[in-house]
Each structure stands twice: as C-alpha cells, then as structure tokens.
Design a binder for this molecule. Structure first.
Ligand code: FE2
Length: 426
C-alpha cells in the first residue's frame, strides 16, 4: 500500500505519534497507526519531521568564492560590491557551476531543498546567468532552484542593464529583481521600482527586490514597491528583500508604512546573518542591529521569511547552508524569544518562504511531495536551539542524505557514559 512509512513522527504543528505514508513521490497519508510497511519503514522515534528548509534569499553566483581575488578587509557591503566587481572579469562558467553544485550538496545535507537565488545580470556575457540556468537544470531532481534577475550595479545606473535583464528573463530566469537604493538618486530608485514591476506584470512574473538595504532612515523604496504592487494588482507576487532601513526609520512613519505593506500583500525577507554584520557600520555606540522590524511586520500579517543571503563570498565569510543557523540569529536579533515567536522563526525558514516562492506541492498534507527532513529534535524550538542534526533528508520519497545524531560519548567519573542535548523535561 505504501512504498515507505515514517513511523511515530512529531510534526512542526505539535501533532505527535503520527505516521506518514508515502507512495511514489507523494505523501498519501498522515495519521497514527498506519499499517506496517516492513523494511520500508523509517522509525522517527518521536522526533520532528518537517517539510524541507527553504532559503528565500541567496546569491549562488558568488557562493564559496571567499578569498577570490582577495578578502574583504573592511567587511562592509560596499567593499563587498567592489570586490565582486574585481572578481567578475575573471569568472568562468565552469567555476561558477562547480561552486554552485558544491553548495547544493551542502544544502541537501542540511535539508535545504529549495533556494531562491539572485543572479547578477550586469555582465555583458551573462556568464553567471547561463551557469546558474544549467545548475538549475542539473539539481532539479533534488533541489528547486529559483533564479532572480538581479542588476547588482543598478538597473538604471549600469550601462546596458535594462537590456541584459530582459535577455536574462528571455533565457529562463524566473523572477524580476532590482536594487533601487543603489541607483544614483532616490527618484531613479523609485523609477526603477516602477519599471521593473511593470515588466514583471507584463510577463506574469514574480518580483523580489533588494530594497532599502541601508541604514538611511529616509530610504523609501519599500513604500514605492508596495504602492506599485497595489497599482498593478500584484498582491502576493512581490517581495521586498532586506528592508534594513526600516530598522532606522522614524516610528511614526513606520506606523503608516507597515499597514501599507500588509495591504499590498508584499512579503518581506530579512537576512539576519548578513544584516547583523553589515548594517550599522557607520555607528559608534550604540550600534544599530540593522535587521528589519520582523515581529512588527509579522503582527501586521505580512509574510516574513529569513534568508541566508551569502555563504563564504565577498560579503560574508561564514555559513554552511544551515537555515537553523539563520533562524537562530533572527530569533536573537529580533528578540523573538516568546514561544509563539520562536515557532514563527521556524516557519520563516520553512512554510513562509515556500509560499513566497510559490512552491508547488510543499507541505505535510496528503497530496504534497514527500520532501521531508527528520531532525534530531523534539520540536521546532529545540531544532533551532540545537541547530539539530539532520538524520534523514527525503526528496520525492527517497532518502537523499542521512547522518548521525548529536549523542556524544562522555568520560567522566560518576557521570553517564554519553550525553545528548535534548531537553528531558527534568
Ligand atoms: Fe542579497
């Protein structure tokens, strides 16, 4: 009846003692007491089974290029952009593909099976575009890679970017990107938002813009993005990424802005690891955290996801494709320590980004794809606390990665012989 049964799972919504029946590529039953599947059984032993992690914001064309051609000495965003500019002429399609494929291996091992990656289109050769379109094809059996046409050097500011962005979309890039705060003036930024939203509306595409990634409290591009989304009837299809200026904005203005974002159905993506390291660099003390107003956006009903943004590239030297690392940082920086807030942090690296990406067949209901992660944790909060080991990762009903749990041998007089970091309730 089933090709595979996962027995005695705890689900992210709190249901415990549940069996998951899988037939072919799909989940067909989620209930207690499913019939025995003999050898085709995975014992979850009460541990958490979640749909896979989803990274809503990444740069796969730059990943794992750390140190090429040199390290970022200041650690700032602008030196990172400059460094990327130095690297660009030396990029080859083969090297981009090799690094991206290696990162996708890491991702799968971390239970991260869907990534929205921006790809820089400000290169007349469109090398990275072609490389990542090929990677997208190759990883499709095990990872959903969605690409955003991203004009890193400015849509209006960089010569040829308008045509290059169209060409990238023609070649199969999925989503329209932008970077209004990097245009020459606030007015140019607003004009770029308008033009790019119109282009997406014409072509029936989603939008995801780097928006207000500054500490400038007067940066207003998210307001334009929300207004254009409303004007063009694109509710639920548009995302503002970073939105770090909202951290520094005047509270009265934000009290007008957040309801406007909610009304327009624009989603928000915070990138806590990179925001905490890159924002506030011109501050002495106190230093601003620079993450957007996550709890307040969530409270207003805005879909908020957390992205990794960078792993070992000109902007960020850390990371390993672990979305629980991302959720941990978001939880701390956003002071999201209430029980519901901690659960929301888990949703922001699973269900919410899946919705923002318009992923097909994502979730734990019968009919969804059997894409699942068995975590060495009792629940989503423990998963974040432990950055829990991924014991099994399933894609379309097949195990694609597996690893050991977190128990360690202990050699202490009068103490147990091993130690695990689970909370036993005592
Ligand atoms: Fe980014």
């Amino acid at each position: 009846m089933f090709d595979l049964v996962i027995r005695n799972a705890t689900l992210p919504d709190g249901r415990a003692g549940v069996d998951i029946g899988i037939s072919g590529e799909k989940i067909v039953a989620v209930e207690p007491g499913l019939p025995d599947a003999g050898e085709a059984t995975i014992q979850a032993r009460g541990l958490l089974v979640s749909p896979p992690f989803v990274d809503a914001h990444f740069h796969m064309d730059a990943t794992l290029s750390l140190g090429l051609p040199r390290l970022n000495r200041s650690g700032t965003l602008l030196e990172g952009i400059q460094l990327w500019g130095e690297l660009k002429p030396h990029l080859t399609q083969e090297a981009i593909m090799a690094r991206a494929l290696r990162y996708c291996d890491w991702a799968v091992a971390r239970g991260l099976l869907a990534i929205r990656s921006h790809v820089d289109i400000c290169d007349p050769r469109l090398l990275a575009v072609d490389a990542l379109l090929e990677v997208k094809k190759r990883v499709k059996p095990y990872l959903d890679l969605q690409l955003v046409a991203f004009p890193q050097d400015g849509y209006l500011r960089s010569a040829g970017a308008i045509e290059l962005l169209k060409t990238a979309l023609d070649r199969g890039v999925d989503v329209v990107g932008g970077i209004p705060h990097f245009e020459r003036t606030m007015a140019d930024g607003a004009a770029s938002v308008r033009a790019l939203c119109e282009l997406a509306a014409e072509r029936g595409l989603l939008v995801d813009m780097h928006c207000d990634e500054t500490d400038d409290p007067m940066s207003r591009h998210i307001e334009t993005l929300a207004a254009e989304t409303h004007r063009l009837g694109m509710q639920g299809r548009v995302t503002g990424s970073h939105l770090t200026s909202m951290h520094s904005m005047d509270n009265y203005y934000v009290s007008k802005l957040i309801p406007q974002i909610a009304e327009s159905g624009v989603a928000a993506i915070a990138n806590p690891l990179i925001n905490i390291t890159i924002q506030g660099r011109h501050d002495t003390y106190p230093k601003r955290r620079g993450m957007t107003r996550v709890p307040e956006l969530m409270a207003a009903g805005v879909s908020v996801a957390f992205g990794h943004d960078c792993v070992m590239d000109p902007w960020y030297s850390m990371g390993s494709g672990d979305m629980l690392d991302v959720a941990t940082m978001a939880l701390h920086v956003g002071q999201m320590t209430g029980v519901e807030a901690m659960r929301a942090c888990f949703q922001s690296v699973t269900e919410t980004p899946a919705r923002i990406l318009h992923l097909d067949g994502y979730g734990l209901n019968p009919g969804c794809y059997a894409d699942l992660v068995l975590l060495d944790a009792a629940d989503p909060i423990e998963a974040i606390r432990l950055k829990a080991a991924r014991l099994k990762v399933l894609r379309r009903g097949k195990v694609v990665a597996e690893g050991p749990g977190g128990t360690m041998a202990l050699h202490l007089p009068g103490r147990p012989q091993d130690v695990s970091f689970h909370h036993t309730g005592g």
